[in-house]
Ligand binder design. Structure first.
Ligand code: CAA
Ligand code: NAI
Length: 717
């Protein structure tokens, strides 16, 4: 018997337990173990029914994505074909009851659907998230789920990739029963009951009543494809999964399964799956910080102080309260405090309106946030997060103040987006306790948090900040203390290049359209209008100090700023706004750009979409290489995670550094050299990029080599 699957007999019921922590993935040994147990149960004279259950925190969370990764890169056979296993479960002469807790995802749900009955804990979830990995269900899910829940509901689950809760699963016909209390005991009792009732035990594959016909489903399939194009823009797998559902409707079960297999194999051979599988593991790798282990002590956080109740402070207070942490929210004047609290309430009310929160939960969370105009109580805070204006002398003053009142082991964090953490830390007597925790706006929505390590930040403080990010359900990425850290440092040349492109002949909407078509959530000029051109203007003034003689500087932004076109907040920026948020092309801006270029003697020309993408992205990738080479990011994959979770970079392209690998670093390098000749110093190739090209390497290989150097073996990760 496989080590990963246990079989025992309890009161005439054979209980098969999958024990493959942490998430009971279908790794080698698991399918074999289940098959063997099913055989034992089928043959066992004393066994009248079977329960299949997961040990630990969850039922089976899917195929082993490591195996899928190997297949996607042509390095291994991939996840096994589960057809025989699922058939043996479905053909088992004794009723098979699958007991679900935690998450039954992907191959886990597919396994469950081969059983004759499914019972679940009240908080169990079920889903087919394969499109998030650029594939479609590979173990007959596309054929079984529509049979159980109907075509429309199945398509929604496949395309959204979102899991549904247990009561919804019962309503749809996916689960048969919710079991309160002990799931294992309840499932055994249920199994005995169905065995005694004598059957017949319907096989999912034989259920056709909810399937309908190709004709009756034509409109549903069309609507599904339309939705896939909308919510999964530019992606292939969400459309292909609907092809598989179409096969479920039109073909006998076995043929449908073959069709599914063909599609999944094609998907796995594609760029989309490789990129998304990379993004999956990259997002999980960020929590592994070199030099910090599970044994590193973290400070426990029960009470927090937040300074500044502006845009960021209020959002940060909310995420802390959402995690059950008491928040002392300090402002300088009553009006600002009232505005901040009103914004907290408004955001929570919107969540209640969308049924994401109950009114009671909202009041509980608001009650955790204690507004005040003094530092009263801050001495008891376990962490203090500063979110006052972006001004160094103000930040130093605030850190000087909190240094006097915070307890010795209180973590002192700043939410600065550009300022030097070490200089801020220098205003205290305990720079080792100071760290950057850079939330993104709106803080209660955005998943990314950059944890900024200062020169003297204690590793326990970093570990605490990383653990806090996780507790707040954010993706915390450790970055170094350089200007703009990682995300904004790469944004700066990207934004600058976009402005040069419009001076040279594009329009803001052409640049934005090219970026949007590439897959970026929002064009750079629309983003600038949303954030406010006054912010961009301030950054521009600041960077002017760093300019060298002859350096080119963008010309239009200052003119828009002077004209009080500050973006959405003033109803006009690079675009104009009638409803406050939808960008509309503005001929006035285009005329301003043309005259500005003419006065500066810049020859205007028609610029291709391809050049727009190359210049915007390659300049960003070059900066990313510099950041990586200078050690301000731990891995290229960390930069990818930052861009996917915080900057709307399409996950199906794997992030900017992964994308660079797919284009080919030597091709990018050649273009960078050409741009360098044409446009000057800003395009100086990053030394790391040059080295990787010379060594015929990729960023992925660079990451793997570093990981190996740290751990001694690639496998030990
Ligand atoms: N295969 C391999 N490893 C997996 C895995 C899987 N299916 N799911 C999770 N893991 C690993 C993670 O990489 C992580 O490893 P490290 O600790 O080494 O970083 C560990 O398990 C814990 O994962 P999380 O940190 O994500 O834990 P969580 O509690 O936050 O979330 C989860 C748990 C909801 C199951 C989440 O991990 C998840 O969504 N996993 C992916 C589920 C999925 O996509 N399943 C479908 C797979 S494709 C498939 O099944 C194809 C098919 O049709 C046969
Ligand atoms: P904001 O202007 O909305 O809010 C700042 C608040 O701090 C104001 O309400 C002000 O009254 C208050 N304040 C000033 N001095 C104070 C003091 N001594 N004590 C208590 N309160 C004080 O600014 P915002 O946008 O919230 O930014 C705050 C910080 O977060 C800045 O460092 C900024 O760079 C950073 N940040 C901003 C992002 C954004 O998109 N707005 C994103 C990420 C970081």
């Amino acid at each position: 018997m496989s080590e990963l699957v246990k079989f025992s007999v309890e009161s005439g019921v054979g209980v098969i337990t999958v024990e493959n922590p942490p998430v009971n993935a279908l790794s080698p040994g698991v399918p074999e173990g289940i098959a063997e147990s099913i055989g034992q149960a089928a043959d066992g004279a004393s066994v009248r029914a079977v329960v299949l259950i997961g040990a630990g925190r969850t039922f089976v969370a899917g195929a082993d994505i490591k195996q899928l990764e190997e297949q996607a890169h042509g390095r291994g056979p991939g996840a096994p074909n589960l057809h025989q296993l699922l058939k043996s479960i479905e053909d088992c002469p004794k009723p098979v009851v699958v007991a679900i807790h935690g998450t039954a995802l992907g191959g886990g749900l597919e396994l469950a659907m081969a059983g004759h009955y499914r019972v679940a804990s009240p908080d169990a979830q079920a889903g087919q998230p394969e499109v998030n990995l650029g594939i479609i269900p590979g173990a007959e899910g596309s054929q079984r789920l529509p049979r159980l829940v109907g075509v429309a509901a199945a398509i929604e689950m496949f395309v959204s990739g979102k899991a549904i809760g247990a009561s919804e699963a019962v309503r749809l016909g996916l689960f048969d029963k919710i079991i309160e209390g002990d799931l294992r005991a309840g499932a055994v009792a249920f199994a005995r009951h169905v065995a005694e009732s004598g059957g017949p035990h319907r096989r999912t594959r034989d259920k056709t009543e909810k399937l309908g016909s190709p004709e009756s489903n034509a409109a549903i399939l069309d609507a599904g494809r339309e939705r896939a194009r909308k919510i999964r823009r530019n992606m292939i797998a969400p459309l292909r999964v609907i092809d598989a559902v179409e096969a479920a409707v039109a073909l006998p079960f076995e043929e449908g399964c073959r069709r599914e297999r063909e599609i999944v194999e094609k998907c796995l051979a594609g760029e989309e799956a490789r990129a998304l599988i990379h993004a999956f593991f990259a997002e999980r790798a960020v929590s592994k910080v070199r030099g910090i282990s599970k044994e590193t002590r973290t400070h426990s956080i029960r009470m927090a102080g937040v300074i500044g109740a502006g845009t960021m402070g209020t959002g940060i207070a909310m995420v802390l309260a959402n995690a059950g942490i008491t928040v002392l929210l300090k402002e300088t004047d009553q009006a600002a405090l009232d505005r901040g609290l009103a914004s907290v309430r408004k955001n929570y009310e919107s969540a209640v309106h969308k049924a994401r929160l109950t009114a009671h939960e909202m009041e509980e969370r608001i009650a955790l946030i204690q507004p005040q105009l003094t530092y009263s109580g801050f001495g008891g805070a376990d962490i203090i997060i500063e979110a006052v204006f972006e001004n160094m002398s103000l930040k130093k003053q605030v850190f000087g103040e909190i240094d006097k009142i915070a307890k010795g082991d209180c973590v002192l964090a700043t939410n600065t987006s550009t300022l030097d953490i070490d200089e801020i830390a220098g205003a205290t007597s305990r720079p080792h306790m100071v760290v950057g925790i850079h939330f993104f706006s709106p803080a209660h929505v955005m998943r990314l948090v950059e944890v900024v390590r200062g020169a003297r930040t204690d590793k326990e403080v970093i570990a605490t900040a990383m653990a806090l990010a996780k507790r707040l359900r954010k993706v915390g990425v450790l970055v170094g203390n350089c200007r703009g850290f990682v995300g904004n440092r790469m944004m700066l040349p990207y934004m600058r290049e976009a402005q040069f492109l419009v001076e040279e002949g594009s329009t803001p909407s052409q640049v934005d359209q090219a970026l949007y078509d590439f897959g970026i959530a929002m064009g750079i000029f629309a983003v600038d209008d949303m954030g406010g051109l006054d912010l961009g203007w301030r950054v521009l003034q600041d960077t002017k100090r760093l300019l060298k003689p002859g350096d080119r500087t963008p010309l239009v932004l200052e003119k828009l700023y002077d004209a009080h076109r500050w973006g959405q907040k003033t109803g006009a920026g690079w675009y104009r706004y009638e409803d406050g948020r939808t960008p509309i092309r503005d001929p006035e801006v285009e005329a301003l750009i043309e005259t500005t270029a003419e006065q500066a003697g810049i020859a205007r020309r028609s610029i291709s979409k391809e050049e727009i993408i190359e210049r915007c992205l390659y300049v960003m990738i070059n900066e990313g290489s510099r950041i990586l080479g200078e050690g301000f990011a731990q891995r290229a994959a960390d930069i990818d995670t930052i861009y996917i979770t915080g900057y709307g970079f399409p996950a199906y392209r794997g992030g900017p550094m992964w994308y660079a690998d797919t284009v080919g670093l030597s091709k990018i390098y050649e273009r960078i050299l050409e741009f360098h000749r044409e446009h000057g110093e800003y395009w100086t190739p990053a030394p790391l990029l040059e080295r990787l090209v010379r060594d015929r390497q990729t960023f992925a290989a660079f990451d793997a080599a570093n990981e190996q150097a740290v751990t001694g073996s690639p496998e030990s990760q």
